[in-house]
Design a binder for this molecule. Structure first.
Ligand SMILES: [Fe+2]
Ligand SMILES: [Fe+2]
Length: 153
């Protein structure tokens, strides 16, 4: 998501989950909040000095990747449970995000310091991409809920 909350602690604003991206389904929203919190903790660490030590950044990124993998598995199960028609496509998207994160981790291994601005741009891009794909599932859930309400009338 490109919407951001203001923060005086970093040169760039912190990332946050906009209300428009809330799914209201299982623990997907909590997972997204947790993932964004992990990104923001790394941004705050980078923002304090303008850079983040490569090793510290790699450690944070590794934890984020592990948490994202768990979220993707859970989300795919939630999608399968409601027969989401775009599940196969969404799985490919998840795999693509993980590939790009693994690439960022490899790049970090050769840098002793990572610039805060670069970290911010990477995270904003990942978050935007990650949540944008979930919006199609949100639309599907909203349509399913509406159809259920209409049939109950
Ligand atoms: Fe997703
Ligand atoms: Fe998600």
């Amino acid at each position: 998501m490109t919407e951001q909350a203001e923060s005086s602690d970093t040169a760039k604003p912190l990332l946050f989950l906009p209300a428009s991206a809330l799914m209201h389904h299982g623990h997907i929203d909590d997972d997204h909040r947790e993932l964004i919190g992990m990104l923001n903790r790394m941004l705050l660490a980078a923002g304090a000095h303008g850079t983040l030590g490569g090793a510290a950044f790699a450690e944070g990124l590794q934890s984020f990747i592990a948490r994202a993998e768990r979220h993707f598995r859970d989300e795919e199960q939630a999608m399968a449970a409601v027969a989401y028609p775009q599940l196969a496509q969404h799985k490919l998207h998840h795999a693509d995000v993980l590939r790009r994160l693994a690439g960022a981790l490899r790049d970090t291994a050769v840098q002793s310091k990572v610039a805060a601005a670069e970290v911010y741009d990477l995270f904003n891009f990942i978050l935007d991409d990650l949540l944008r794909a979930d919006l199609a599932f949100k639309s599907f859930l909203d349509a399913t809920r509406k159809a259920k309400c209409a049939s109950a009338d």
